[in-house]
Design a protein around this ligand. Structure first.
Ligand code: AGP
Length: 592
């Protein structure tokens, strides 16, 4: 997500702001910018690309001032570009704004302002804040900010400056983080602690709808009725490095723990957002079949969706590895809906599969996490996971939000809208699973010596066996294989011997007896079983149970996968491996 920093003090603001933005890079971004109070108004430098590119620009065309705001942008509305980068100024360049979040009613506000002759220059929702603030500006910046934020719907963390108040930055937030840092050399606003920790460890954590008025010598908080409020000054005890992971030892663990939130955010886009419009515009009656094509975990999400589409829509759904689909001369035509799933939107094989599908006349729909990515731009329809930037190479939260969107497509295509209520329960049920973390951590610690671990499951559980096996392999370097439970006896069971570990996923109640007997077959040959199930199952010295919350079996992959993500994470953590950047792997495989 975006990063914000602001500084008011006696030192030159530019290096402080640029360095602060560097410490927010972990949040993921596609452009960056900075605005300072100059001699003759705001001086702004902003562009698409990495911070190093902005630094080069600042070397060739320096700007300077003692007060300023900076931003790293994770595009939500409007593709990554210079003009869509923040800070945004209003048409009269009197007010400068940086924004993190999504203004859900921006289209309505923008239309109203355009009707009054305001000319917008960007495609962003954020520019509305700057234009609206200039429209409301009555000489009192605090009044203006209150009036402006009262008109906003959605989520925001804002840093605002006005030319008439050259010593003041105002900050306000709702549903996005914002802190205020205080020091001898000046005061700060920031999205997160790392941005300012080298200057101060004394911070105020802002709460929703609180307003902070910052100068170099003072920090004052107000509520939306303009009444002063007092807040507790906190002392940060983190090191700079750990703070960039929000206190977690690895991004992967942070991203596992973020899943309830980002799934709620993604569900919100389905209920009332861009994704809803795109999904509603697709008429499944225009198609004879669905093909889902992707790579890696995204492919595994596709395998989950095959069971859901076929069960709910009674519709043929093929799932294809993109690296195979691109060369197989697939049977695809204008009555085929090809769904491309990709976190990065830049995976070479998936891009090639997309172009192959388009060449054959298919309609293409992509499920992507990165705005403005190649796949997002080239498919006929695009829906976005709201996972935010995923830093760890091993995907977790992007995978989970892909599942949410795939479930939603099946629900909408089949007219089973009543299932949306149960879909909305997934985040809370994931939160319940986090109560097993200690047990999983202990169990995983005892598994680091294994040379190979099997994952089995039947029906939709087989898809999560695939994902669990991939997670384990890519971060712990332990060999693993995933099998449909009924397939083991056709050869692989010959590998099962004393102390083999077989992770068994069992969330399909009607197949519980079958998968349990598969588990008993391997136990009778000396294996140990980790049984991940929402069905009552007796534990033994050979069978350890992790009990999941109840949910419709079509949504159970969203719960069982959490256990396997944590299991893989703790095995790798106990092996002391570089979990966020595993050997030989890249976050986005942009080559064949
Ligand atoms: C999953 O943990 C891996 N990082 C990898 O399999 C990944 O899912 C695959 O490369 C596809 O990436 P994409 O979603 O960005 O297209």
């Amino acid at each position: 997500m975006c990063g914000i920093i602001g500084y008011a003090g006696d030192e030159c603001a530019v290096p402080i702001i640029v360095d602060g933005l560097k410490r927010l890079e972990y949040r993921g971004y596609d452009s960056a910018g900075i605005a300072v109070f100059g001699k003759d108004g705001f001086e702004v430098a902003k562009q698409k690309g990495r911070l190093s590119a902005l630094e080069k620009k600042l070397e060739s065309t320096p700007i300077s001032g003692f007060m300023g705001i900076g931003h790293t942008r994770w595009a939500t509305h409007g593709e990554p570009s210079d003009i869509n980068s923040h800070p945004h100024l209003g048409s009269t360049s009197k007010i400068a704004v940086v924004h993190n979040g999504i203004i859900e009613n921006y289209k309505h506000l923008k239309e109203r302002l355009e009707q009054r002759g305001i000319k917008f220059v960007s495609q962003t929702d954020s520019e509305v804040v700057a234009q609206l603030a200039e429209r409301y500006y009555d000489g009192d910046l605090l009044n203006t900010v209150i009036k402006t934020t009262n008109a906003l719907e959605g989520s925001y963390a804002l840093g605002i400056m006005c030319l008439d108040d050259p010593d003041t930055i105002i900050a306000v937030k709702k549903d996005n983080p914002l802190i205020v840092g205080v020091s001898e050399a000046g005061n700060f606003i920031a999205s997160d602690v790392p941005a300012i920790l080298e200057h101060t460890n004394k911070v105020y954590y802002m709460d929703d709808k609180e307003i902070a008025v910052i100068t170099k010598n003072s920090v004052q908080f107000y509520n939306m009725d303009k009444e002063p409020i007092t807040k507790q000054l906190e002392t940060i005890t983190w090191s700079v490095d750990s703070a960039e992971k929000g206190g977690y030892p690895h991004f992967m663990l942070k991203e596992i723990m973020e899943q309830p939130k980002v799934m709620r955010d993604t569900i919100q886009t389905i209920i009332a957002g861009e994704n809803k419009k795109v999904i509603d515009a697709i008429n499944i009656k225009d198609f004879d079949k669905i093909v889902v094509t992707a790579c890696g975990s995204a492919y595994n999400a596709g395998v989950v969706s095959k069971y859901v589409f076929e069960r709910l829509c009674r519709f043929s759904c093929e799932v294809e590895l993109a690296s195979e689909f691109r060369y197989k001369d697939a049977i695809v035509d204008k009555r085929t809906l090809v769904i491309l799933v990709s976190q990065s939107g830049e995976t070479a094989d998936t891009i090639a599969a997309m172009r192959e599908a388009k060449n054959k006349g298919a309609t293409t729909l992509s499920i992507v996490n990165v705005i403005g990515s190649t796949i997002a731009k080239e498919t006929d329809h695009t829906i976005y996971t709201a996972a935010g930037p995923e830093i760890a190479v091993a995907t977790t939260k992007a995978f989970s939000t892909q599942l949410v969107l795939l479930y939603t497509l099946a629900i909408k295509f089949s007219g089973s809208e009543s299932l949306m209520d149960e879909l909305k329960t997934i985040p809370d049920k994931i939160q319940e699973i986090f109560e097993h973390v200690d047990y999983i951590q202990k169990y995983a610690a005892a598994c680091i010596g294994y040379k190979s671990i099997f994952f089995i499951g039947r029906n939709i559980d087989y898809a999560i066996a695939l994902e669990g096996s991939l997670k384990l392999k890519e971060i712990s370097y332990i060999h693993s294989e995933a099998y449909a439970g009924g397939e083991l006896k056709h050869g692989t069971i010959s590998l099962v011997e004393e102390n083999t570990l077989v992770v068994t996923i069992a969330c399909c109640e009607r197949l519980h007896g079958k998968i349990l007997s598969n588990a008993e077959q391997v136990i009778s040959r000396g294996a140990k079983v980790l049984f991940v199930s929402n069905c009552k199952t007796e534990e033994t010295d050979k069978l350890s149970l992790i009990k999941l919350p109840q949910i419709n079996e079509l949504f159970s992959p969203s719960l069982s996968v959490i256990v396997l993500q944590l299991f893989s994470y703790y095995v790798a953590a106990n092996k002391g491996l570089d979990i966020d950047k595993p050997r030989n792997l890249a976050k986005s495989v942009t080559v064949e």
